[in-house]
Design a protein around this ligand. Structure first.
Ligand code: COA
Length: 260
């Protein structure tokens, strides 16, 4: 598949999706949002890929937001499909069975912060900056930021960021739970790849069941979430990885997953 604004590198068993518009700090125009959706769907269907890293090209930005130049002269109804396209991509990322790590190598603002939040976890370089600065443009986040940020950091901090529009450092993002881990810039990709490889070595069917139970259960009542967990848990018995993992434990040997 050819992309104009992304690179997709497959280094079996992981893949790296890089937003590649460095002249505009990897800002997401509509075409790029569509390409992200296509890239993640493609990787979800690729049996050679078991974990994915999303990052931005260059040393300055992960993604500096939606491409502001596409906003001018639009009417309100035109922006509904724009927001929905962003939501669809984020939902593709959250609902696919493979884990996605955001390697945030600089500015993750607006849509950049929103795409990072749609990843399963965020690793950041020490120079990364996070924020939802849309309010400074007279608008609000439209790719999930008003919803996902509060789910990750709590409503109070989320209001502070969305209402105030200020950027926060990687360290602050770590303190409030937006970021999982912070690394020196020159170590970020190495660390992200090492963790992606660790995830890729896990039994992929069980990892998929864990991701779906957590991503779909989170917004449910506890009862509904537990019901979902019950069925995802039971589904693990439908895959040979379980017999292999349990057998390896009992026989005191290393499990050999991914034979299917
Ligand atoms: N959309 C379109 N273009 C963008 C962009 C965006 N979200 N973010 C940066 N760019 C462009 C700049 O216009 C500039 O283009 P130019 O070289 O043709 O002038 C180029 O990327 C470099 O950005 P610049 O502003 O010169 O870099 P900086 O280091 O001074 O500042 C930022 C970096 C990220 C603080 C600043 O670019 C910025 O505030 N960007 C917008 C962030 C934002 O509001 N995002 C949410 C959008 S809804």
């Amino acid at each position: 598949m050819e992309f104009n604004n992304l690179t997709v590198e497959i280094e079996k068993p992981i893949a790296i999706v890089t937003v590649n518009r460095p002249k505009v700090l990897n800002a997401l125009n509509l075409e790029t949002v569509g390409e992200l959706g296509a890239a993640f769907s493609m990787l979800d269907a690729d049996p050679d890929v078991r974990a994915i890293i999303m990052t931005g090209s260059g040393e300055k930005a992960f993604v500096a937001g939606a491409d502001i130049t596409e906003f001018r002269g639009k009417a309100a109804p035109e922006m509904i499909p724009f927001a929905k396209k962003g939501h669809d991509v984020a939902r593709t990322m959250e609902s696919m069975g493979k884990p996605i790590i955001a390697a945030v190598n600089g500015y993750a603002l607006g849509g950049g912060c929103e795409m990072a939040m749609a990843c399963d976890m965020r690793f950041a370089s020490e120079n990364a900056k996070f924020g939802q600065p849309e309010i400074l443009l007279g608008l609000i986040p439209g790719m999930g930021g008003t919803q996902r940020l509060a789910r990750l950091v709590g409503l109070g901090i989320a209001r502070e960021l969305v209402f105030g529009g200020e950027q926060i450092t990687a360290q602050r993002a770590y303190e409030v739970g937006l970021v999982n881990r912070v690394f020196p810039a020159d170590k970020l990709m190495e660390e992200a790849k090492a963790f992606a490889l660790k995830l890729a070595a896990r039994p992929s069917h069980a990892l998929k069941m864990a991701k779906l139970a957590m991503n779909y259960g989170y917004d449910q009542s506890l009862d509904n979430g537990l019901m979902l967990e019950t069925h995802c848990f039971a589904q693990c018995w439908s895959h040979p990885d379980l017999e292999e993992g349990v057998g390896a434990f009992i026989e005191k040997r290393k499990a050999d997953f991914h034979k299917d």
